[in-house]
Design a protein around this ligand. Structure first.
Ligand code: FAD
Ligand code: 2HG
Ligand code: ZN
Length: 493
């Protein structure tokens, strides 16, 4: 046996060997095993997508990817790895933005992509039970003819998996309306680090029978076990959806606009998304959605995308139109203009601008992503202070940091601060950290609003969690995973 590592958290963890592969081959078909070690070795290029993250910022050295098809197979793999002390990285769609879904060293990657069956759906209760590897978009497509929607939506919906969403406690574009997964996930099936299957796949809305263990796995980023099944409360599909892109002359208007929009739209408001002018221009430059007309963007300092979802088209349109009228006719208008979607294609193209921001940013350069919760009135201040700080350090120029941009979920107090650089360099990282984390802590904010901690922010956890909390997190981890095989090096410092 070859012990691969000597330093924490990899101390005592061992590498996958050919003997291990022979064991896996006893219950997995050849198509479920990708390994550069196997006698019929997989070319290492085939492992690249599993070893590198979406941003191409985090790189692992795994030799082996397993793609089980059933919970039972997952259990057998995990049991063996626990006995052999092999580190496991659960991987869903690999769209995570904090390096949580790729190995750090040569951990085994356990991909859920072969577990993509819908187990049941009840169109009266709206409860959907699905394998963890179901892609979010496929669940949306499945529910559409049943007049339901997944209570979660995000730009990565075409690739991310429901198990990955649960494991990151993803927020996204619908949280304002449908709340967090801590509320809408009703049950989970989890393979624990010793291989035991914890079946809590309940379909009950109410169940106060002691500790709610499933909550521990929502947002655990694969450090406590492997989510194999999810029971989730789908929402009735709205009968009418509208959206409008509002152009604002200054950031200071965002808050009063949010207040007024909530007051007037009340129950039909389903999204209130912010983007600054710089990132809007990048979206247009990189072909995301259809650009607004030049006269609509003239003088705009930032944009807000408002969506309504309701039960009656005429009623909702009337409310949205009267909101627009009152905003435009005010003595000191909060907006320059509003572009209201006039067709389903127009509706999608306005959303495509917002949903395409992450992709536009990645096409422009290498992004340092800070996904933070701060008071709403500090969104612009955070962007400006970061920009000033980089300028003072002499790092704000075309060949280092090109842009500092802000966008995000105003309704949830969640800002996405993106620093777009020509390359990932230690110099830029040293300028940004701990600067950004200290700034967030000064507002008593969160250093991770919705993306998680992953590999990126383990050292920064202390800015948002006190010693006692981190200590109890460690105890929970040790209780579930005493051998430290589950996603080593992630979440905990
Ligand atoms: P992965 O990236 O594969 O994994 C993420 C983490 O979960 C890893 O730690 C992994 O080990 C663990 N994991 C995955 N599957 C399992 C499982 N079955 N059991 C246990 N652990 C598991 N996030 C938001 O919150 N809101 C957004 O609006 C949003 N928009 C995005 C837009 C784009 C274009 C991109 C690229 C990303 C976006 N994200 C967003 C981040 C990301 O998509 C989400 O975090 C998503 O939920 C990750 O799902 P995944 O299946 O890709 O998980
Ligand atoms: C979003 O809201 C995602 O679009 C990604 O959470 C944020 O690109 C980012 O930083
Ligand atoms: Zn987001």
């Amino acid at each position: 046996r070859r012990w691969a590592h000597s330093s924490p958290p990899f101390a005592g963890l061992s590498s996958v060997t050919e003997d291990d592969l022979a064991h896996f081959a006893r219950f997995l078909p050849p198509t479920s095993i990708l390994s550069t070690l196997s006698p019929s070795a997989t070319p290492s290029s085939e492992l690249e997508p599993f070893n590198n993250d979406w941003m191409n910022k985090y790189h692992g050295k795994s030799t082996t990817v397993l793609k089980p098809r059933t919970t039972d197979e997952v259990s057998k793999i995990v049991k063996w790895c626990n006995e052999r002390r092999i580190g496991i990285v659960p991987q869903g769609g690999n769209t995570g933005l904090v390096g949580g879904g790729v190995p750090i060293e040569d951990e085994l990657v356990l991909s859920l992509s072969n577990m993509s069956k819908i187990r049941s759906f009840d169109d009266v209760s709206g409860i959907l039970v699905a394998d963890a590897g179901c892609i979010l978009q496929s669940l949306t497509d499945y529910l559409a003819p049943h007049n339901h929607i997944v209570p979660l939506d995000l730009g990565a919906k075409g690739s991310c998996q429901i198990g990955g969403n649960v494991s990151t406690n993803a927020g996204g574009l619908r949280l304002l309306r449908y709340g967090s997964l801590h509320g809408s996930v009703l049950g989970l099936e989890v393979v624990l680090p010793d291989g035991t299957i914890l079946d809590q796949l309940t379909t009950l809305r109410k169940d106060n029978t002691g500790y709610d263990l499933k909550q521990l796995f929502i947002g655990a980023e694969g450090t406590l076990g492997i989510v194999t099944g999810v029971s989730i409360l789908a929402a009735p599909a709205p009968q009418a959806s509208n959206n409008v892109m509002l152009a604002l002359p200054k950031f200071e208007n965002v808050l009063p606009l949010f207040r007024e929009t909530k007051r007037q739209l009340s129950e039909i408001l389903s999204a209130f998304e912010f983007m600054d002018r710089t990132v809007y221009d990048l979206a247009v430059k990189h072909g995301q959605g259809r650009a607004l007309n030049p006269e609509d963007v003239e003088g705009a300092n930032c944009f807000v995308l408002v969506e309504t979802s309701g039960g009656k088209r005429e009623h909702d349109e009337e409310k949205l139109n009267s909101l627009l009228e009152s905003l435009m006719e005010a003595e000191e208008p909060l907006i320059n203009t509003g572009v209201i979607a006039t067709s389903p294609a127009h509706f999608s193209s306005l959303w495509a601008i917002r949903e395409g921001l992450t992709e536009a940013v990645s096409k422009e350069g290498k992004a340092y992503k800070y996904d933070i919760s701060v008071p709403l009135d500090k969104f612009q201040e955070v962007v400006d202070k970061t920009k000033d700080h980089l300028r003072r350090k002499g790092l704000l120029c075309e060949d280092t940091v090109k842009y500092v941009v802000g966008y995000g979920h105003v309704g949830d107090g969640n800002l996405h601060l993106n620093i777009i650089a020509a390359a990932y360099t230690p110099e830029i990282e040293a300028a940004l950290e701990p600067f950004v984390y200290e700034l967030v802590a000064s507002y008593k904010g969160s250093i991770s609003a919705e993306h998680g901690i992953g590999a990126m922010k383990t050292h920064a956890l202390q800015y948002s969690k006190n010693e006692t909390s981190i200590d109890w997190m460690r105890r929970v981890k040790a209780l579930f995973d005493p051998n430290g095989i589950m996603n080593p090096g992630k979440v905990l410092p």
